[in-house]
Structures are given as C-alpha cells and as structure tokens.
Design a protein around this ligand. Structure first.
Ligand code: EZ4
Ligand code: CO
Length: 404
C-alpha cells in the first residue's frame, strides 16, 4: 500500500481549522489536525509546499520512520509550525493504521487502562455570582472537575473569561488585528485567593477545581500565589510562568505544594525533560497536534510516567475534533493519564467533523470506530472559507507588552 494523495483542507466553521487528508492506494483515508491558532496558514503552507510532495509513494504503515524522516530529515527541528505539520501526518497515519487493522486507536496503543477519561470543563464569570452560576451550569452538564477563571476588579476584560458565557470565550477575534487587553498582575494576585475561598464555601471541599494563570507571573509571584491557594486544595495551578524557561519552576516548587501543570505551548520532548526529570511539575499538558503528534507525545508521556507526572493534554476549542479524538484515545490507554480538558466545540464544528468520541457523566470515551473515529464533511467544510483571526495581546497599564 502506498500514499497516493495528500490534501490540506482549511475551513472556518465559526473558527479556523487546518486538516490533512491522506489517501492510500487501497482507498483508505487518514485525517490529521494541523491547526495552530492565529498562525493557521503557515502550517497549511508547510504541509502543502514542503511535506505533501514527500509523502506521495511512501508506505503509510511506516509511522515511526516517516516521523523521523520529517523531523530529522528536515535538519530544522522543533517549533510549533514544524511540529504541528509533522503531527498532522502522524495522526493521519495512525488513523490509517487503525482502519487497516479494524481497531480503534486506543487498542493499537495497548488497550484501555480505564473505563473513561475524567474530563474538566471551563467555568468563567466576570464576578463571583456569575462564576458560581457558570460552575453550576457545567456541573449540570455532568462535569466532575471544573477550571475556573474570573474577572479581576479594575480590569475591563480578562482573557479566558467569557463575554457572554463559556461558549464564546475562546474563539480568537476575527479581524485584521489582534484585540488588546490591559493586565495588572498585582490586582490579579490580590483577588484570586478570595475567589477560591468563596468557591470552597459554596461548593464544599470535594469538587476538583483548576485554575490557569496563562504564563503571566514571575517565579516569585507564582510561588506566592501557590502558597496562598494551598488551603483551597486545587487539582492544579496551570501555566504560572512563561514556559520557555522551565528552570523558573524550581523556585515555585521550593515554596509551594500546590500541584503544577504546564505544557500547552511545548512542541518537543526536550521542552519537558528538565521539568520531568527534576519533578518540578505534576501534570504535562502538551497538545497532541502542537507536540509532534501521537508518536512523539507518547514518548513524552512515557518519560513523564517514570517521574510520577500525569498526562493531561491540552483540549481547547482552537484545535479540531481530530486532535481531540487522538487525545482521548491516548488518555484511555496511557497508564499515567491524569485528566482531559474538554471545551465543547460549537455544534457546527461537530457537524463538519463528525466524531465517535463522546462525553458521558463526567468522562470521555473515544468510541469503537477504527482509527481516530473522525470524518470530515468536505462539502460542508467548503462553505466556510478561512477568515483571518488572532489571539488577543496583553499590555500592562503603562503600555508595556506583557507575557500571556
Ligand atoms: O489560550 O488554546 O488551557 N487553555 C488555554 C487556551 C489557550 C488557547 C491558545 O490558542 O490556555 O485557552
Ligand atoms: Co492554559
């Protein structure tokens, strides 16, 4: 069997997604996600112009070999654009392998290690009453763990906090320029501990609560926040410091026992090596698509397993259901799975990308369809052409561009 056709499909059913479609000489189709929020067309070009011609005629069963061909062979390794492109090929080849075998991906990865993957939902509110309502909404949907993000007094807008509920919180703003937000770390640090105190008073001690600081703090600020949140027993505190400096977490770790999670911007096992081997984190959060696909993230998770770090892949709405399916298959099979972020896509996205994975009573299951279990309705997809969209940028009150 050979690869005979490779296509890159860009579609924007409410937001942009890049999909790689590989067809074999036996007529089997494999799909891979290649979406990189706000930089989608760079990955589409990498795939169309540089990778697709190399795939024609290759044996689709040689996943490991093809991964190394694209990674080592290019000389220029790493980086989110390269690794998303390699990941798309990798997912599509695993999808094909599953279809050839007649088995869902999780069976190829060793079979189920659990009956379902614990999911967490997002709750957001401009103020405490809104936040409490939002947590109740997610609990009513069946979620058993909740990430909470909240407005901060004095700040007009905070990233991750919905303008009109969770559903619309993340779509990158469509338009020619990113929107701009003012961020004030001191105001945030003063406010957050009281939010968790009141959430615990309202919801009791047992509900797993998570929070994302979105890479905005210094190590000293992060250590202080971790210590102040310890009484509220968070499931984790995510992305406290800018992720390109893993050693920053040494100071945080020395000062707080709060569980730490990081990794959504990582794209390579070397980004994780110091954090894992020094046991500076508790959860590794790479997105399957942004860290080289199933083949590479599996290696990261295996390294993590040695150090009692659990796997919790990034699951936002800005990657497609193809990525999400891969994450749930991997989560079901991995010994060290921790929890899966689950932001629901808009219904239109689920129509374009029909999928076998399902959410039920707090848990995700990948379903039993062979491969990843996702199909793309190309006719429907073609009705939603690409639209320029960007993530917002953050400034400090004095106009300094800030980490986020
Ligand atoms: O900002 O996926 O944990 N989730 C997050 C996300 C990220 C987006 C960036 O594209 O932090 O909402
Ligand atoms: Co995050």
């Amino acid at each position: 069997m050979k690869i005979v056709d490779v296509q890159v499909i860009v579609t924007s059913p409410t937001r942009n997604f890049v999909t790689l479609k590989i067809t074999t000489s036996d007529g089997i189709i494999g799909l891979g996600d290649a979406t990189l929020n706000g930089r989608e067309l760079a990955v589409a070009s990498y795939l169309r112009d540089h990778i697709s011609p190399l795939l024609i005629g290759r044996d689709p069963s040689r996943i490991e070999d093809t991964w190394n061909y694209l990674y080592k062979g290019a000389y220029w390794r790493r980086g989110p654009v390269t690794m998303a492109a390699v990941a798309a090929v990798d997912m599509a080849l695993w999808d094909i392998k599953g279809k050839v075998a007649g088995l869902p991906l999780y069976q190829l990865l060793g079979g189920a290690s659990r009956t379902g993957c614990l999911a967490y939902a997002h709750a957001t509110g401009a103020d405490l009453p809104e936040l409490i309502d939002s947590v109740h909404e997610q609990l009513d949907l069946g979620y058993r763990a909740i990430r909470v993000q909240t407005g901060v007094p004095g700040l007009e807008k905070v990233y991750g906090v919905g303008h009109s509920g969770v559903a619309t919180y993340e779509p990158a703003d469509r338009g020619a320029r990113p929107s701009e937000e003012i961020w004030d770390t001191s105001a945030y640090l003063r406010h957050i501990p009281s939010v968790f105190e009141q959430l615990r008073n309202h919801f009791g001690q047992e509900l797993p609560l998570l929070h994302d600081a979105h890479h905005r703090l210094t190590p000293q600020q992060a250590a202080r926040l971790g210590k102040e949140l310890e009484p509220y027993d968070l499931f984790w505190l995510e992305d406290v410091t800018p992720a390109e400096n893993p050693a920053a977490l040494r100071l945080v770790r020395q000062h707080t026992t709060i569980p730490l999670a990081i990794g959504e911007v990582f794209n390579n096992i070397w980004d994780t090596e110091l954090l894992l081997s020094e046991q500076l984190i508790d959860f590794i959060r790479c997105a399957i698509v942004h860290a080289g696909g199933i083949t590479h993230v599996r290696k990261i998770w295996s390294l993590a397993e040695l150090y009692q770090v659990r796997a919790a892949s990034h699951g936002p709405t800005d990657v497609s259901p193809i990525n999400f399916a891969a994450a749930v298959h991997m989560g079901l099979s991995a010994a060290n799975f921790g929890i899966q972020e689950h932001m629901r896509h808009q219904p239109l996205v689920d129509e374009v990308f029909r999928h076998a994975f399902r959410f039920d009573d707090g848990y995700l299951h990948p379903g039993e369809e062979p491969g990843l279990g996702v199909s793309l309705d190309e006719e429907l997809a073609s009705r939603y052409p690409y639209e320029s969209a960007y993530l917002p940028v953050a400034y400090l009150p004095d106009g300094t561009l800030h980490d986020w």
